[in-house]
Design a protein around this ligand. Structure first.
Ligand code: ADP
Ligand code: ZN
Length: 745
């Protein structure tokens, strides 16, 4: 396929178009351009027939001759060209090709990820349909429904909990139900459907502080000067801005962006998750004028409109999550990746790209600058910054408002005692801390990475937890539903009383947000607690409202899952509690220490953002873990030195490449066979072995062996760049097969 590259952009009016289609097959298809057709160029979308069905593809090259070895009469005509001018410019086309190669998918799949849905197919969502409960069911009615029609009962329960119109698509995602129970409920006139006009700009309602930029500190000036130098020179440069929380990174982004805008260039700002960073988005809007905010609440039609407005240069700044990276900003000057260490920058479905890396590549292709910013840089970026001139390191060492980072206390939960046979939720230190903030009328944030009441039922004699019927996953008890829920397939089951194997009574173990709410409320009956997790935030609107209420002082304690860990800035928060810091460490993953460190650093950054000061209490069963110790001292430098050495010793990224190859089948034997065949095929190319540059781990069952009724196997491949190149053709072939996923970690 590389042979195609030469003719890629030399596009004279030829007769054959090479078209990339959204299929797993890693090749492009030739179609004939009819004599009198409108001009077709690389980067245009065309309608073609593939097999028997019509499909939209993207032209990646024009050829004067038909491809060798294909009989001319078998080449079909292009049915229509959908774009008068190319929808994707040269660098985006080229970028998509790089993504396809690095993410083990086809060019067409990579292109599909770049285009908004409305441009990908003829069918696209034009409106947002909502559903709302309009009948107040009596307890009796609900019980009857639960007995006769459990799916309808589940639907009613969620709609009740949502307390307002919920997007139908969101409803299906959250409940795992189809639309059909809603349709039945609609016939009974218990629910009402509606249409929501999507909010093009979700932040339009917020008051905008059109602030005049503050006088930059000296450290900020140094950063801005370095970045502007590259912007003015119009040459590509990557920067890693390492600045603690509250050190003024956003202010630096804003200045660099201004410089680009002043030169008539545009910019892209990536944030980890748009709905979780309203405060950051608001600041960009306040300062930079015509900003396109790409968020998941847009309909396809609106996303389409925004995309075209961006392409025409009407909206020169684009803010969004991962995929905003592909916005067709003309004359791009800067790409900013805020909180670049966040795991949301890795896409976990095809194409499995790392947005941080793609951002650098796009900046390179467009001679723009790429600014990565973080208080806890990813080890990949950090290593690049200390090791190579490709990435320039910028420091912001102090908080702008003065003051230091809040002290972090590690509480050893092994020495804490639970009261009266209760499951231990809060240490005495945390209780004391909460008591103080309630007395002083300040606020606290409590973080826990587990929703529901209790994450497992345990049978003591068997030593086992109760799993979902179709997944090897422990069922979580959700008290608001009085049900056991599988967090993977969303199936609900009634609460198990006894162990299905031995009949012994099972006990609930572990702590989820519901249980914490319960315990805190018991300990402090007067406390106003706001719980924020997927069970309480069912509506898109709920999150914004909840944060506003907390900011307005309507609550004392904000308790929740990762929703409360990121980017929030509330001056009255003086206590942050992490209830179980260990969960991140228990994952069998070479990044678990890094994730744990980041998490503590992030949540710690929520405390002490004003003169009131603050403290952080971290509960753990592993108080000696190096990642926790370093995090408690806010010592990124030490953490990175130790962790990088470990990665180096074991050949993990950034020093080596690790890929996870997953196999999945309805039949266990088939999954095993696929994995073994793949292993043999790879070994035939690079034998590898223990202690060698290339090591194979597995094939073995993954941590969750059965998921949604399918059996799974995995093979981990650890290698270096050179040997990876040898293995790639085999890996590409594997990735084309159904049930096999190649995922660069
Ligand atoms: P970060 O993005 O590193 O967390 P921010 O840019 O949000 O830091 O800055 C933290 C706070 O300090 C914000 O409220 C911001 O408005 C303010 N700030 C930033 N730079 C300055 C400055 N030079 N002078 C005064 N206030 C500043
Ligand atoms: Zn399940």
């Amino acid at each position: 396929m590389d042979a195609f590259q030469g003719s890629l952009f030399a596009a004279p009016a030829g007769r054959y178009a090479r078209v990339a289609l959204n299929t797993p097959v890693r090749r492009e298809f030739a179609y004939h351009i009819p004599e009198h057709a409108e001009p077709v160029e690389a980067g245009c979308r065309v309608k073609v027939s593939f097999g028997r069905r019509p499909i939209i593809g993207v032209v990646v090259a024009i050829d004067d001759a038909p491809p060798k070895g294909v009989p001319v009469e078998r080449i079909k005509d292009i049915e229509a060209c959908l774009d008068a001018t190319p929808l994707l410019n040269k660098s985006l086309l080229r970028l998509s090709r790089t993504i396809a190669d690095d993410a083990y998918c086809s060019w067409g799949q990579a292109l599909a990820a770049m285009l908004p849905a409305a441009l990908r197919s003829d069918r696209s969502r034009r409106t947002i349909v909502t559903v709302e409960l309009v009948h107040a069911l009596s307890e009796k009615e609900f019980e009857t429904l639960e007995m006769k029609f459990p799916k309808q009962a589940k639907a009613v329960a969620y709609l009740r909990q949502a307390a307002g119109p919920m997007e139908v698509r969101e409803f299906c995602n959250r409940t795992g139900l189809s639309k059909s129970p809603l349709t039945t409920l609609h016939k009974k006139e218990w629910v009402k459907f509606g249409n929501k006009t999507a909010v093009i700009d979700p932040f339009a309602g917020r008051e905008l502080v059109r602030d005049t930029p503050p006088q930059l500190t000296e450290a900020q000036q140094n950063c801005v000067a370095a970045i502007n130098k590259s912007i003015d020179a119009k040459h590509h440069q990557d920067f890693l801005m390492y600045g603690i929380t509250g050190s003024g990174k956003t202010e630096v982004y804003l200045h660099a962006l201004d410089r680009c805008l002043a030169q008539g260039r545009g910019g892209i700002v990536l944030v980890p998750e748009i709905s979780l960073t309203p405060q950051t988005v608001a600041r960009f809007r306040a300062r930079s004028g015509d900003v396109a905010v790409l968020h998941s609440g847009l309909t396809d039609a609106e996303r389409h409109d925004q995309w075209l407005a961006i392409r025409e240069g009407k909206l020169r700044v684009v803010i969004g999550a991962r995929s905003a990276l592909f916005a067709p900003v003309p004359n791009l000057g800067i790409i900013i990746v805020d909180e670049e260490h966040e795991s949301t920058y890795k896409q976990e479905s095809t194409p499995r790209y790392q947005a941080r890396e793609v951002a650098r590549e796009r900046a390179r292709l467009e001679s723009a600058v790429c600014v990565l910013g973080s208080a806890t840089p990813s080890l990949e970026s950090w290593q690049a910054a200390i090791d190579s001139p490709d990435m320039q390191l910028l420091y912001l060492r102090d908080r702008v408002a003065g003051g230091s980072l809040p002290p972090v206390k590690l509480v050893d939960m092994r020495t804490e005692k639970a009261e009266g046979g209760q499951w231990l939720v809060m240490s005495s230190q945390l209780k004391f801390g909460l008591k103080k903030i309630l007395e002083k009328k300040e606020q606290a944030i409590l973080f826990l990475n587990q929703r529901g009441f209790s994450p497992a039922w345990y049978c003591r004699p068997c030593g086992k937890t109760i799993s979902c019927e179709t997944c090897d996953v422990a069922l979580t008890y959700h008290r608001w539903r009085k049900k056991a829920l599988c967090h993977y397939c969303l199936k609900e089951e009634s609460m198990p009383q006894c162990c299905p194997t031995c009949g012994h009574k099972v006990e609930m173990i572990g702590v989820g947000t519901e249980r914490v709410e319960d315990s805190v409320q018991r300990a402090f009956p007067g406390a106003r607690i706001l719980r924020m997790d997927r069970d309480t935030m069912l509506r898109r609107e709920s999150y914004e409202q909840a944060l506003k209420d907390f900011g307005d002082g309507k609550y004392d304690i904000l308790l929740g899952t990762q929703m409360v860990a990121k980017g929030l800035d509330f001056p009255k928060v003086t206590l942050v509690g992490v209830l179980n810091a260990d969960t991140a460490l228990h994952q069998p993953d070479f990044r678990s220490s890094e994730r744990c460190f980041n998490l503590i650093a992030q949540v710690a950054g929520r405390a002490g953002r004003s003169l009131l000061g603050g403290e952080v209490i971290v509960q753990t069963w592993m108080p000696d873990h190096p990642a926790l110790l370093a995090a408690s001292k806010h010592d990124y430098d030490k953490f990175s030195v130790v962790e990088l050495q470990e990665r180096k010793d074991f050949g993990y990224p950034p020093f080596g490449d690790v890929l996870r190859i997953s196999f999945e089948s309805q039949h266990q034997q088939r999954a095993i066979a696929m994995a073994n065949e793949a292993y043999e095929a790879l070994k035939a190319v690079v034998p590898g072995g223990f202690g060698q540059t290339t090591e194979y781990l597995g094939p073995a069952p993954p941590p969750i062996e059965r998921l949604r009724g399918k059996y799974r196997r995995q093979l981990l491949l650890k290698t270096n760049r050179q040997q990876l190149l040898l293995l790639r053709p085999t890996l590409y072939k594997l990735a084309e097969q159904q049930g096999i996923v190649v995922d660069p970690l």
